[in-house]
Design a protein around this ligand. Structure first.
Ligand code: ATP
Ligand code: MG
Length: 1079
């Protein structure tokens, strides 16, 4: 991107008209054209920006451009609207001056676009942050909403503003936007009901119909077809380059951002729809019998739908369209409306509805964007009003619009042309006044309180009697006839009597921008702006909060019989407030010029532009700016800019700035007539002088740049060298430190080694000495001990021989015995009586005592062992002992029985209910109860029998039944015979001749043979009445079977018999029992 260093560099044409040489209208236009052809649409006249409408989008509004112009001086870069916006913003932020940006020009010249560019630039360069961004966004988004409702296509401009807008943007001390206030000026509401040929109604109607969804249209009871609505002109419904549908979405989105609630948006759309519906209501005449004319609504469908939309009772509105009630003091008179009046009422309602909706929108937007804080703020006002316009048919609205432009031109003249000239006087410069056209006289013609046109209009409106537009024109003709800017056919001024371009029902005003012919028709009505009370009351009754709000005068409780102020009066008042407001602020001008009437790019219609340049007073502007002095600047910045041109002022001037500039000018030998010294500024007469200064400055800057470069390079090299030097010192210091550290460590470790050797040598020497000393001491002690011993022995020898021997002996014996007993105690064997261990004998002479101690210990442990026996266990052991006495080493069965306890009652006869009877039959205590095999005497086979010995008898009973089979009293039992082998056979031998012996002896076998025999033997031992039961142990004995004596012989069984004992009767005399060999 090329960055220009001055307004005077690389410029196409001349960027500032003040520097134009030579200056003439033609050269002015030529310069404009040259720049326009090169897409340079902005040109300065001093600080005023001339803006040519390019009618095409140019790439000069990019974010890069914003950055380029940000914080740069006004003349630093090529002319741009951003430079003006930046200047205004910075002077607001830094110098605390309220600003206003006045954008003027005729319709289609680009005012609205310019105002948006200014706003977007300010938004881009001011502070950022969530809150600030929201404010910015709301301020910017208010534009599409207001444009949709307030702009329309006219023959001059496809997006013509049909209302005036002044927006105050408020900033805090940092320059961050806080909010804003919008003021609107008189909307051209007649457009709602009628549009001139080739023009459109307000954009919003077309946007709604083409952009809303089918659903929304259905809800609003609308058709998409524009031709269905009387209020929408057909011939230019579609504007090329204007996408109504897309714009509708933009507007909806903008409304949302600004803060409209969804129901508010809906209400607004309902009102827009209602206006369209209203236009479709048509009336037909109806004559009444009393001769009066009445009107009737032709088709009530639209009325019905409109009433439904707005929640109005149909009959109420229908009546309001048919009657008019006039209230005067206490009287109320109702008159019927004829068709024309009904149409008038309808249109009045539509216009009011729409214009009030527009005012409500502005109020609602203001509510959203107003500053939240109450802190003092700075203000930047942006004024964008409808431009001066001349139509074929100009009415009240154009009159008002042009009046407003007239006022703005006036303020421009006041502040630039007059102010400029006054500045010369103020600065004490010699000055001859320059003539310019001052339009104050036209403003006076319109707004003069006594005989101004607006005052006449108001007067006519308020006058009782018949008042019409014609009577108003008559009045003008009499009052203003003499005025040089007022022209009328009927005025006394005979000059226009034959002017056929001036119809009878018109008057013409010579505005600053040209002559405009106004048709008086409708002036009175529009100024009165009356809405029949019946209609406002009908609206107030609507069940629709927004409508109710818009027609407060319809509230019957607040009937106000006073006439509301007229439209003209209101407008004049608001314009006057605006002018006062603008005068308090620092003005910045943007003068928009329209290059052609075709709305086309690249076309430069010279005549049209020449006309605008003339009426805008641009030439005068340049002339005044240059007449004496083309350029002025306060001394300080001037000295600052050119001080390098003189050695005395460069680089610093210590004195006052003015003196510095004087020295500078003298040094440069600028001719005295080329400049003047004012009180605070220097004024340069000729642009050539300025160019000369600039050229010298440019050359000087080059020299200075070389100088700066030289010094900079020198400085850079020196800095680099110094840095290297500094670094070298640091590196050297670190290296030296490192080397010294290493050296020190080496010395230190060598010292430690030497030191340790020396210390070791010293220590060893000391050790040797100490050891020698110790040996000497020990030797001395030994010698002393021996010597003492010798001494003592010599002295005590006589006592030692007589007693010491016995004592030593006793002591030794005592010590030996003590050692023996302690050893014995520690090595005692276990407490088991059968443990055969005993410590070995240690001393021979203690042999007897050792054996005795062994015996005593054994007896003691046996006693200990016995003492833990109960009576029962004792009896058991006694039995066991007895069994041992009887069988030990006699019967092979015995060893296996030793470990078996003698249980006695194996059958638990007393407890077992099966043997209850048997138990009862035995009187005595049962000593043993067991099942034995009774050997059949005949075949040697066994039969199970219960064997029950008591103290008195031995009972044999049946095992199953318990029935007693035999009972042998003990005295009848003489002996018992058993084998030596491991079998359980035993024979009970009975006394011969006793009762029991009838059947002979019993041969039995039992698993508990040892126990049975022992028990029987014990009974015999304790009995006193009979002999001891003898027990025979032999492998052959005789048994008495009845009369026969049978020999029972026990033989070792062959292995084939297995392990079982078998018994066989061999013959009458022999019964052989075969016992297994291993048993
Ligand atoms: N700087 C610009 N760059 C591109 N196009 C522009 C520029 N300024 C204006 N235009 C074009 O000119 C048209 C008319 O401009 P604008 O609406 O700003 O005129 P205006 O002076 O506000 O007119 P009115 O008085 O009727 O409201 C715009 O719609 C746009 O197409
Ligand atoms: Mg505009």
């Amino acid at each position: 991107m090329e960055v220009k260093t001055s307004l005077l560099d690389n410029m196409i044409g001349v960027g500032d008209m003040v520097l134009l040489e030579p200056l003439s209208e033609d050269s002015f236009l030529e310069n404009l054209k040259k720049r326009f052809d090169h897409s340079e649409i902005y040109t300065y006249i001093g600080s005023v920006v001339i803006s040519m409408n390019p009618y095409r989008s140019l790439p000069i509004y990019t974010p890069d451009k914003v950055e380029e112009y940000r914080n740069r001086n006004f003349y630093e870069l090529s002319p741009h609207i951003y430079a003006l916006a930046d200047e205004a913003y910075r002077s607001l932020r830094d110098q605390d001056k309220d600003q206003c940006i006045l954008i003027t020009g005729e319709s289609g010249a680009g005012k609205t676009e310019a105002s948006k560019l200014v706003m977007s630039y300010v938004a881009a360069v001011c502070g950022k942050g969530q809150e600030v961004n929201k404010v910015k966004e709301q301020l910017l988004q208010s534009n599409p909403v207001l444009e949709a409702f307030g702009n329309a296509k006219t023959v001059r401009n496809d997006n013509s503003s049909r209302f005036g807008k002044y927006m105050d943007i408020e900033f805090d001390f940092k320059g961050d936007p806080l909010g804003g206030v919008i003021s609107n000026y008189l909307l051209e509401k007649s457009r709602v009901v009628k549009q001139p040929r080739g023009e459109r109604n307000f954009h919003v109607f077309y946007q709604l119909l083409s952009g809303a969804s089918d659903d929304t249209l259905k809800k609003l009871r609308l058709h998409r077809d524009v031709s269905k609505y009387n209020y929408l002109s057909l011939d230019s419904a579609v504007v090329s380059g204007l996408d109504d549908a897309a714009n509708f979405r933009t507007v909806r989105n903008a409304m949302q951002i600004v803060g409209f609630m969804e129901d508010e948006v809906q209400s607004v759309l309902q009102l827009v729809a209602a206006v369209l519906k209203l236009g479709n209501i048509e009336f037909k005449p109806e004559s009444r019998c009393n001769g009066t004319d009445e009107s009737r609504i032709k088709d009530k469908n639209d009325l019905k739908e409109m009433c439904e939309l707005l929640g109005i009772e149909q009959s109420v509105l229908e009546r309001a369209f048919s009657y008019r009630t006039v209230e005067a003091k206490l009287e109320k008179v109702s008159t019927t409306l004829n068709v024309a009046q009904a149409y008038y009422a309808r249109d009045a309602l539509a216009k009011n509805l729409y214009s009030r909706l527009f005012t409500w929108l502005v109020t609602r937007i203001n509510e959203s964007i107003k500053a939240q804080t109450k802190t003092r703020h700075k203000v930047m006002g942006v004024l964008d009003i409808y431009g001066f316009e001349i139509f074929e048919d100009n009415s009240f609205e154009q009159f008002i619009i042009n009046y407003c432009n007239e006022k703005l031109q006036q303020i421009f003249i006041e502040l630039t042309l007059r102010e400029e000239q006054e500045e010369y006087v103020r600065e004490g410069i010699e000055w001859t006044n320059i003539e310019y056209f001052n339009n104050a006289v036209i403003c006076d013609l319109i707004e003069n309180n006594k005989n101004g046109i607006l005052a006449m209009l108001d007067e006519e409106c308020l006058r009782p009697g018949t008042v019409t537009d014609e009577t108003f024109l008559d009045k003008l003709n009499t009052v203003c006839a003499e005025h040089q800017h007022f022209e009328s056919r009927l005025s006394k001024n005979s000059k226009f009597l034959t002017d056929h371009s001036l119809p009878h029902n018109c008057f013409r005003i010579q505005h600053y921008a040209g002559k405009v012919l106004y048709r008086v028709e409708g002036f009175m009505d529009k100024n009165n702006d009356l809405l029949y009370r019946d209609l406002s009351q009908a609206m107030y009754k609507a069940n629709h909060s927004l409508i109710k709000q818009l027609f407060p005068e319809g509230n019957p409780a607040k009937v106000n019989l006073k006439r509301p102020p007229t439209a003209g009066f209101q407008f004049r008042a608001s314009v006057s407030t605006l002018m006062k407001n603008l005068q308090t602020k620092n003005p910045n001008y943007i003068r928009c010029i329209k290059p052609n009437d075709k709305k086309a790019p690249h076309i430069f219609t010279e005549s049209l532009i020449r006309h605008q340049v003339r009426y805008l007073g641009l030439m005068e502007n340049v002339r005044v700016r240059r007449a004496g002095y083309a350029f002025r600047q306060t001394y300080e910045p001037c000295l600052e800019r050119y001080k390098m041109l003189c050695k005395r002022t460069w680089p610093h001037w210590r004195g006052r700035a003015r003196e510095g500039v004087e020295v500078l000018m003298a040094d440069l030998q600028v001719p005295a007539e080329e400049f003047s010294y004012g009180r605070s500024k220097i004024f340069i007469r000729n642009p050539r002088t300025l160019f000369f200064l600039e050229e010298r400055r440019r050359q000087c800057l080059q020299d200075l740049a070389t100088l700066i470069q030289k010094i900079y390079r020198g400085w850079k090299c020196r800095s680099h060298f110094l840095l290297l030097k500094k670094s070298q010192i640091v590196v050297a210091a670190w290296y030296r430190r490192y080397a010294q550290q290493k050296k020190y460590q080496r010395i230190k470790s060598a010292t430690t080694v030497v030191q340790s050797y020396a210390r070791g040598w010293q220590a060893r020497k000391l050790l040797r000495e100490l050891k020698y000393q110790k040996r000497c001491e020990e030797a001395a002690t030994t010698i002393a001990a021996y010597w003492h011993g010798t001494q003592v022995r010599r002295e005590y020898r006589k006592f030692f021989r007589a007693h010491a021997g016995k004592k030593i002996y006793d002591f030794t014996i005592q010590r030996i015995m003590q050692k023996y007993f302690l050893g014995l105690r520690n090595n005692l064997p276990s407490m088991s009586p059968i443990d055969k261990n005993w410590p070995a004998r240690t001393y021979l002479f203690l042999d007897g005592a050792h054996a005795e101690l062994r015996r005593i210990f054994h007896l003691w442990r046996c006693k200990k062992y016995r003492s833990q026996f109960t009576e029962e266990r004792k009896a058991v052991y006694e039995e066991k002992l007895e069994a041992s006495e009887i069988f030990k080493d006699k019967k092979a069965l015995y060893p296996s029985s030793v470990s078996q306890p003698f249980k006695g009652d194996y059958l638990e006869i007393s407890k077992n209910p099966k043997y209850q009877k048997l138990n009862n039959a035995v009187d005595e205590k049962v000593l043993l109860a067991d099942v034995v095999n009774k050997i059949n005497r005949a075949n040697g086979k066994g039969t199970a029998r219960i064997f029950l010995p008591t103290k008195k008898s031995v009972v044999l009973a049946d095992q199953k039944t318990g029935q007693v089979k035999a009972s042998v009293p003990l005295p009848d039992l003489t002996s018992v015979s058993v084998s030596t082998q491991s079998d359980g056979f035993f024979a009970l031998k009975l006394k011969e001749g006793s009762a029991s012996a009838v059947k002979g002896d019993f041969l039995l076998s039992s698993e508990h043979l040892i126990e049975i025999i022992t028990k029987l033997h014990r009974i015999g031992a304790t009995a006193t009445d009979r002999e001891q039961l003898s027990i025979d142990i032999s492998d052959e004995f005789l048994v008495q079977f009845k009369q026969d004596k049978v020999c029972v012989k026990f033989v070792q069984g062959a292995p084939k018999n297995g392990n079982s004992v078998s018994c066989k009767r061999k013959n009458n005399r022999l019964l052989e029992v075969s016992v297994p060999a291993t048993a």
